[in-house]
Design a protein around this ligand. Structure first.
Ligand code: IMP
Ligand code: MG
Length: 174
């Protein structure tokens, strides 16, 4: 597959440190439950939490939406492994990218049922042009154009999550 480098490992690292300053400032010393959306947010979450200073715990939700590799059909399946009650807690949902918005809309609707104190969204990438529902990330790393990206947790057909940089796929057979 033809991959063009788009964002370097160093640029990602630098942006994550800046995002952590924003989050440390926002939450001060309030306790937070981090909810990492698998699988895409695995690497971003692991790198981000190491710069966070507030008391926190980490939980996982698994969301799947990309049934034909690059396009979402708007149907999102969410599986939860969360045992603790989220009632009255500050929740910070972390995902790799907000694209159409269907995934995070569904995740938020599920989490709201537990009556948390607050829910905020943090994504590494924002693909604004593709948004189909009215939802936005409260904190995000980079605005990206309407292109399919891979690496740093993001996959194409389950591959390339291990790339330390962000690449753009030049050609995808449709
Ligand atoms: P949404 O529901 O359309 O916002 O899509 C969210 C999910 O789609 C993300 O968590 C990613 O797993 C996946 N996704 C969206 N855009 C891309 C991309 O450019 N590359 C890889 N995965 C993507
Ligand atoms: Mg994915």
């Amino acid at each position: 597959m033809d991959i063009e480098k788009m964002i370097s490992k160093e640029e990602i690292e630098e942006r994550i440190i800046n995002l952590s300053y924003e989050l440390n400032e926002y939450y001060k010393n309030e306790e937070v439950v981090i909810i990492c959306i698998l699988k895409g947010a695995l690497i971003f979450t692991a790198d981000l939490v190491r710069h966070l200073k507030m008391p926190l715990s980490i939980e996982f939700l698994k969301a799947s939406s990309y049934r034909d590799k690059t396009y979402s059909d708007g149907i999102v399946e969410v599986k939860s492994d969360i045992k603790q009650s989220l009632n009255g807690k500050n929740i910070l949902v972390i995902d790799d990218i907000i694209d159409t918005g269907y995934t995070l809309e569904k995740v938020i609707n599920i989490l709201k049922q537990d009556n948390p104190k607050s829910i905020k969204l943090c994504t590494l990438f924002n693909k604004q042009e593709r948004r189909e529902v009215s939802i936005s990330a409260d904190f995000y790393g980079f605005d990206i154009p309407n292109e399919f990206i891979i690496g740093y947790g993001l996959d194409y057909d389950e591959k390339y999550r291990n790339l330390p940089y962000i690449g753009k796929v030049k050609q995808i057979k449709k």
